[in-house]
Design a protein around this ligand. Structure first.
Ligand code: UGA
Length: 468
């Protein structure tokens, strides 16, 4: 099928490359000339496993790049809108890019087309898109608007796209449903997974994935509710972790105990310094705002956000209780990305924590396997950058782990201890076992677990001078 994908950001680029891998003819449209030139010349703008391979094999054949939305829309049967929906000052989603794309598509409708929202948008967006297209003169029988939310995660985006738990299509007509079923047929009939050169199957893959057809409004809500639920799981476990710190329990044991209940599940229950990224923070605010506009005060979401913010403050308090004063201290920071496996630092809790520590007068030496260039755009020369965790640790007063990179879970602990001025590790991602760290000679703080000390005397998290 001929498909246009409008917007070559994270979702658009991955969706375009994956649709091409499924065998479709894809035109990826963007109005950013620099980005287009880079994509045409073979650049891969985001750090994403398997994306370079997909772009390399389909670029110029089944995947082409263009700035001509009108032509791309005329040539395609399905047009996926994957442009940005950034937050406004009020916390709701700015849909002006979606509107302007809808306006332009209107004039390009020459035969039946399905216009598909792929960006994360509030409920009612599909109705507005339909209205805008009609207002601009399109024949009501010549198009349908559908919603096809995307559930991919950064870092595993290609695999998530091609091996989803489910494909959700929100359609209000049989015609639109049939077009979207054709788009995903290579996945839902299983033929893609039989190909020798398909992207490798991850653990827990559901093959073939089910296609869930709903109304457009339900599909829009499924996306917001999914992200809100996942963020709620993270805030829930972080709140449980805080209770664990106060009573001296171990949150990892608690999570194992509750997560093995299949009704609850173990995934997305990793405590830490809170969720970040370009999706959860923005989408929770947007969902709360949509609910409010519809007359429902979704206070649970306020609490999810409050707990998330509190996690950073709690981590900063741990740094204080480990080091007493911060001014002039040299701190080694491992991890700047909002999570492991990506170079994305948008809304990264690590960035917020480093900013606070700088304000308090510490010197930061940071290392991240992928996000250093992006971090330079934020911090410039206000922090130092190192080429390895060991170089960062050299003569530092303490080591802070802020991102759950696999590399940071496998450090050479002897080397780290030798490099550090004091063997203090404050781990915001629970990558190590407290007893092991104590045995290795570290004073070790983590989240939701009692701090451990080489002399065996547990140092509980100290709050307001009282031992918790
Ligand atoms: C999230 C969703 O997981 C995707 O399903 C969705 O498609 C995407 O948003 C989106 O709306 O586009 P993503 O933002 O890439 O994906 O990252 P996640 O893997 O969900 O992680 C989000 C944040 O939560 C990270 O900061 C991560 O460190 C944190 N996290 C995650 C935890 O603190 N604990 C966990 O157990 C899991």
């Amino acid at each position: 099928m001929r498909i246009a994908v409008v917007g070559s950001g994270y979702v658009g680029l991955v969706a375009g490359a994956c649709f091409a891998d499924l065998g479709h003819e894809v035109i990826l449209v963007d109005n950013d000339q620099q980005k287009l030139a880079a994509l045409k010349s073979g650049a891969v703008p985001i750090h994403e496993k398997f994306l370079p391979e997909l772009l390399e094999s389909h670029r110029g054949h089944r995947l082409t790049f263009s700035d001509d939305l009108h032509e791309a829309a005329r040539a395609s049967q399905a047009i996926f809108i994957a442009v940005g929906t950034p937050p406004t000052d009020r916390g709701d989603a700015d849909l002006s890019y979606v509107e302007s794309v809808a306006r332009e598509i209107s004039g390009a409708i020459n035969d039946y087309k399905v216009i598909v929202e792929k960006s994360t948008v509030p409920v009612y967006t599909s109705e507005w898109v339909r209205r805008v297209i009609l207002r601009n003169g399109a024949d009501p029988d010549s198009f349908d608007v559908a919603s096809n939310p995307e559930f991919l995660r950064e870092g595993t985006a290609v695999t998530d796209f091609l091996y989803p738990d489910r494909v959700v299509v929100g359609v209000d007509s049989e015609r639109a449903s049939s077009v979207l079923r054709q788009v995903y047929a290579p996945m839902t009939d299983g033929s893609y997974y039989k190909r020798e050169n398909c992207i490798p199957e991850p653990d827990r893959a559901v093959i073939p994935p089910p296609l869930i057809a709903t109304s457009t409004k339900s599909a829009e809500l499924i996306k917001h509710a999914s992200n809100a639920f996942l963020a709620m799981k993270i805030s829930f476990v972080n709140a449980v972790a805080s209770v664990c710190e106060h009573v001296g329990a171990d949150v990892n044991q608690v999570v194992h105990g509750i997560g093995t209940d299949t009704r609850i599940g173990r995934r997305f229950l990793n405590p830490g310094i809170g969720y970040g990224g370009s999706c959860f923070p923005k989408d929770i605010m947007a969902f709360r705002s949509v609910a409010r506009e519809c007359g429902y005060e979704f206070r649970l979401l306020d609490e999810v956000m409050r707990i998330n913010e509190d996690q950073r403050q709690r981590f900063l308090r741990k740094v204080h209780s480990a080091l007493w004063t911060i001014r002039g201290k040299k701190l080694a920071v491992l991890g700047l990305a909002f999570k492991g496996g990506t170079d994305d630092i948008r809304e990264s809790p690590a960035i917020g924590i480093v900013q606070s520590l700088l304000q308090q007068g510490s010197q930061i030496v940071a290392y991240d396997p992928a996000a250093m260039d992006r971090a330079r755009e934020v911090f410039g020369n206000n922090i130092a950058y190192s080429s390895s965790p060991y170089e960062a640790a050299h003569h530092a007063d303490a080591l802070l782990i802020l991102t759950e990179w696999e590399e940071f879970a496998n450090l050479d602990l002897d080397r780290i201890r030798e490099e550090l001025k004091y063997p203090i590790v404050i781990d915001g991602r629970n990558l190590y076992d407290p007893d092991l760290m104590a045995a290795e000679g570290f004073t070790y703080y983590s989240v939701g677990r009692v701090a451990s000390h080489p002399d065996g005397v547990p140092t509980a998290f100290v709050k307001n001078g009282k031992k918790a």
